[in-house]
Design a protein around this ligand. Structure first.
Ligand code: SAH
Ligand code: SF4
Ligand code: F3S
Length: 484
């Protein structure tokens, strides 16, 4: 599979589709006497969120506005994930729900894109059971969405456009409607070469391809100038970033850190086989790189790691963890763990519990193994019965919840800088934000620090100091002591 840099022809074609669609939707808007709206529903990881921001950007340049009511938008796009089976179930459930709206409105458009579309049986199912879906396209061609949309409107019949070329797109050439006014998602590389035996991502996203340093830095400089406080450098395995000139991730991270304006630079994910001491040292010595490392463990058993095709062992992993804890003492460590991988014994699982205790993860994403069609692990013998998996999963959750609570408890009494993310979802007048170490904080503002005429929402993206007063299992409570 060749890596294809998006060419001028593609972009010309896309822009002419954009123009046509702008006219089409403007006509539709005139005939309906109202704005034409879109909704992009995103499942999956931050890379998918980032793709959705591009889809939203393109929809807005067609003249559409984001739908905010509780009915259905005129254009609905499902940007799907395939990493576990439940993501698929959710999509099919939602497609069922939207059926009557689509049938009753001949102008409505329903599209499905994202990683799920790279699994043939899913596309077959959409063809057979959901013929009212207008358009299905793959995640490597997001930038050509306007072309597909125009073609599907011309065709008036379901259009399926799936191919597996490894495209690389200069993000500055795709309009992006960023969801958060303070946080920018910036993919630095696409795809994955690791082929962990359980994982669908390399099939869905193609081979690794890195954007050029200059391109990324230019995008970051513009974002800093626009006032973004936080930037997230994204890739399935950022430590294998390699530009065509041979620049590696440490150089990129340093260059990003030198840009004036960002208070927080985050990156994810790091593969334990590729993370270097140098990255940890850069984290330790930079004032704007977050002190949070996401380092997926997957299993605490060397035997299972081998079966997973994760080429590191627990001794290596613990070495990295201890170095991180030593160099970044206020930092936090998060991880991903799969329970019930084929062949996992009680002894293997106990090793996972031991490693989790030793690492004292500040937070963890824990998953029950889900066989993915086309992956090696799906064909392995000795798939673990569901009841065994759920029982182990419960034990892991209990342990990890306890560790997360302890990590939150250790914050109580301290005062740290928080980047405000907005209002808490549970209580009005309570703000929510994160520390440099990615701890989630809910806090009140004393009357003396309230800004006249500002609602809680207006604080989004501001920095403040918060004194932490008490801990909960998943968050810390506190009170603002200074607004910056
Ligand atoms: N590239 C990232 C992970 C991307 S997928 C990395 O390697 O760190 C996010 C997480 O989903 C993985 O870390 C893994 O824990 C989980 N996952 C992936 N495939 C899975 C499967 N088939 N069943 C259960 N969990 C899975
Ligand atoms: Fe999947 Fe492994 Fe690649 Fe992560 S590194 S995306 S888990 S194959
Ligand atoms: Fe899911 Fe695709 Fe991300 S499978 S986790 S949305 S790369």
């Amino acid at each position: 599979m060749a890596i294809i840099k998006v060419g001028k022809e593609d972009l010309k074609n896309r822009d002419s589709a954009l123009n046509e669609l702008r006219e089409y939707f403007s006509g539709l808007s005139a005939s309906k006497g109202r704005e034409i709206t879109y909704s992009v529903r995103t499942y999956g990881c931050q890379l998918n969120e980032s793709d959705s921001e591009k889809l939203c950007g393109m929809l807005e340049s067609m003249g559409l506005t984001e739908y905010e009511g509780d009915k259905t938008a005129d254009v609905v796009i499902f940007n799907t994930c395939a990493v576990r089976e439940n993501a698929e179930d959710r999509l099919f459930g939602n497609l069922g729900i939207i059926k009557s709206d689509r049938k009753n409105d001949k102008d409505m458009i329903v599209a499905v894109c994202g990683c799920m579309t790279m699994v043939e049986k899913n596309v077959d199912k959409i063809r057979k059971s959901f013929p009212y879906v207008d358009l299905v396209f793959d995640p490597q061609h997001i930038h050509l969405f306007p072309v597909y949309l125009r073609d599907s409107l011309r065709r008036k019949k379901q259009l399926v456009n799936i191919s597996a070329d490894d495209y690389i797109v200069d993000d500055s050439l795709v309009p992006i409607a960023r969801k958060r006014k303070f946080r920018a998602l910036v993919p630095i590389m696409y795809g994955c070469n690791n082929f962990c035996t359980y994982c669908i991502v390399p099939y869905a996203r193609g081979r690794e391809r890195s954007r050029e340093v200059g391109e990324i830095i230019e995008e970051l400089e513009i974002l800093a100038y626009q006032g973004y406080k936080e930037v997230m450098l994204l890739g399935q395995n950022v430590n294998s970033y390699k530009s065509s000139e041979g620049d590696r991730f440490p150089a990129l991270l340093k260059a990003a850190s030198a840009i004036k304006g960002f208070s927080r630079i985050r990156f994810m994910s790091s593969h334990p086989k590729d993370i270097s001491d140098e990255i940890i040292e850069i984290m330790a010595s930079s004032s704007n790189i977050e002190t949070h490392l996401h380092l997926p463990l997957q299993s605490g058993s060397d035997r299972i790691l081998k079966l997973m095709n994760r080429p590191y062992d627990i001794t290596d992993y613990l070495k990295t963890v201890h170095y991180f804890r030593k160099m970044v003492p206020d930092g936090s460590l998060s991880t991903d763990i799969i329970v019930g991988f084929p062949g996992e014994t009680e002894d293997d699982f106990k090793r996972t519990l031991d490693v989790v205790s030793e690492c004292a993860f500040d937070s963890a994403f824990t998953f029950q193994y889900s066989p993915r069609p086309g992956t090696k692990a799906a064909l392995m013998e000795d798939q673990i019965p569901h009841d065994v998996v759920t029982e182990r999963f419960g034990r892991l959750l209990d342990l990890q919840n306890n560790l997360a609570y302890k990590s939150n408890l250790a914050k109580v009494g301290k005062t740290e800088e928080i980047l405000i993310e907005g209002m808490s979802s549970t209580a009005p007048d309570i703000l929510t934000g994160r520390t440099m170490s990615n701890h989630l904080i809910n806090f009140t503002i004393p009357d003396s620090l309230k800004i006249e005429g500002k609602s809680a929402d207006d604080y989004e993206g501001m920095l403040c100091d918060v004194k932490f007063t008490s801990a909960r299992p998943y968050s810390v409570d506190g009170e603002m002591v200074k607004l910056k």
